[in-house]
Design a protein around this ligand. Structure first.
Ligand SMILES: Nc1ncnc2c1ncn2[C@@H]1O[C@H](COP(=O)(O)OP(=O)(O)OP(=O)(O)O)[C@@H](O)[C@H]1O
Ligand SMILES: [Mg+2]
Ligand SMILES: [Zn+2]
Length: 477
């Protein structure tokens, strides 16, 4: 089959990007496939092209509503109208209507949570599926075990279907993540494609400061004197808000973005960032997945991310256009502990798990039991999932192991930050990659000049400084 002709014909591209054609051929041959391609490389084409040739529908499991809708919108723009994004935000009647005519859609986007609903399984079973895609498949590892257990149920669901081939897509997967993907999607001897994760146009800097105050001062100085657009990743919602306000007071076009904001506000802020009305975003890790902005020049971390994989994902949002971009991580000595604490508080402890279980055994409704045992909503969901599969002792053991593993991942990240070795090389080594050639502007440990950052200050400063009223409103929501 002449894939290149189809590529030009239906997608308007002259050539495949590295990796795309190989992955597409595997998918067409019916093999289960895992493709690890860097951010912005064009993973979506790996299911869109085969989908456009194959008979039945393509089901795409996607982690975020905004991500699904954005993808669906892009596909419609490109002329593919048979696409739908099924999510819990759709009004009931609309959802029923779509479910009734599901077979008329070629590409169906869905969240793992909706996939596990029985009502949906009924409709899917009547559908002829040619391919199941799990986009951002590292979420299985990253979120499945302690945040969104429905990620672990995708495999159970697939087992009920008559086994269409599966394609898992991600930009970052170390061996552990790869193993999880394979196991939880019940993949059958998948073919694994791995493209180098190195992004030579990104230069890495790591900088130690003494206090949060110094961080803020550094960020203000940096943002007002160098090129944007950029993203600042903060460790908490509060901190993201604080930084946004500090920068607004300097006249920078910036907003904060995190899960504490209304869905609508978040959508507006993302849109403003995409179309250039905002130069900077101060965000928690809730921001970034599926943000298709090619000209991000800087990503600044003002904390230590929990894993090297998360760091690489976040940093990878810079410089998708291939032009120089800078990643800077600021930290102070206490940050390692802060991150460690956040990780710990995310995983329910033994006492809480046992207490919760006991209360349930005594006949208390799960909601009340969780509250009494001081479980978070997420903690409850996770334990409920495990209770379906394991005994109490096993759950405790399992979650302890998980907590230990997370601390180990944080240690890798800390080593990257404090080790003083080439940052690029160290990061790549965690994904089993050897860095074959370092770019001239490699990292602060190899020596770096960041003059280009100041050369073309395209940053737009808003004329009106923000009034006190607005600042207070911004601050208090
Ligand atoms: N063969 C190609 N030639 C030119 N442009 C392409 C090609 N394939 C994909 N693109 C473009 O590359 C951009 C990124 O594609 P896509 O969103 O699929 O990347 P991705 O790998 O899924 O990134 P992310 O990790 O951010 O999800 C899109 O604008 C897409 O149109
Ligand atoms: Mg993608
Ligand atoms: Zn280096």
């Amino acid at each position: 089959m002449d894939l290149k002709e189809i590529l030009l014909d239906r997608f308007g591209y002259d050539n495949f990007r590295p990796g795309q054609e190989e992955v597409i051929r595997q998918v067409l041959s019916g093999r289960d496939t895992i493709a690890i391609l860097p951010t912005g490389m064009g993973k979506s084409l790996c299911y869109q092209l085969p989908g456009s040739i194959m008979e039945g529908s393509v089901l795409i499991v996607s982690p975020l509503v905004s991500l699904m809708e954005d993808q669906a919108m892009r596909m419609r723009k490109n002329g593919e109208k048979r696409v739908v994004a099924l999510n819990s935000f759709l009004p009931y009647t609309e959802r029923q209507r779509i479910l009734g005519q599901l077979h008329t859609f070629k590409f169906i986007f869905i969240s793992p949570e909706m996939l596990s609903q029985n009502s949906f399984a009924y409709h899917l079973n009547r559908l002829s599926l040619s391919l199941v895609v799990v986009d951002e498949a590292h979420c299985i590892s990253q979120w499945g075990f302690d945040f969104r257990p429905d990620y672990l149920r995708i495999g159970d669901f697939l087992k009920q279907m008559n086994c269409p081939p599966i394609l898992a897509l991600t930009a970052t997967a170390d061996d552990k993540v790869l193993k999880d993907i394979q196991q939880y999607l019940r993949m059958d001897k998948p073919v694994v494609f791995r493209h180098s994760l190195d992004r030579p146009n990104i230069s890495y800097s790591i900088l130690e400061v003494n206090s949060a105050f110094e961080k803020t001062a550094w960020i203000i100085e940096r943002v007002t004197h160098t090129v944007g657009p950029g993203i600042i990743y903060a460790s908490s919602r509060k901190r993201a808000d604080e930084l946004a306000i500090a920068l607004q007071m300097e006249g920078v076009a910036v907003q904060s973005y995190h899960a504490g904001k209304e869905q609508d506000d978040r959508a507006i802020i993302q849109e403003q960032f995409l179309n250039g009305e905002l130069d900077w975003i101060c965000a928690t890790n809730a921001f970034g997945m599926g943000v298709h902005k090619d000209d991000i020049r800087q990503v600044i971390h003002e904390h230590i991310p929990a894993t090297v994989a998360a760091y690489v994902q976040e940093v990878g949002r810079a410089g998708r256009d291939g032009l120089p971009a800078a990643a800077t991580l600021l930290y102070m000595p206490a940050d390692e502990q802060t991150t460690s604490f956040i990780i710990q508080s995310d995983t329910p402890g033994e006492a809480e798990i046992r207490h919760y279980s006991k209360l349930i055994a005594e006949g208390l409704p799960p909601g009340e039991a969780a509250e009494l045992a001081r479980l978070t909503e997420t903690g409850k969901r996770v334990i409920d999932y495990y209770k379906e599969h394991y005994s109490l002792d096993k759950i405790v053991h399992h979650l302890k192991g998980l907590s230990y593993e997370k601390q180990k991942l944080l240690q890798q990240m800390t080593h990257l930050v404090k080790g003083g070795e080439c940052i690029r090389q160290t990061a790549l080594s965690y994904f089993g990659e050897v860095c074959r050639s370092k770019p001239a502007q490699c990292c602060s440990n190899c020596g770096l000049s960041i003059e280009w950052l100041t050369e073309a200050p395209t940053r737009k400063i808003t004329n009106e400084k923000v009034s006190w009223d607005e600042r207070i409103t911004n601050l208090l929501g």
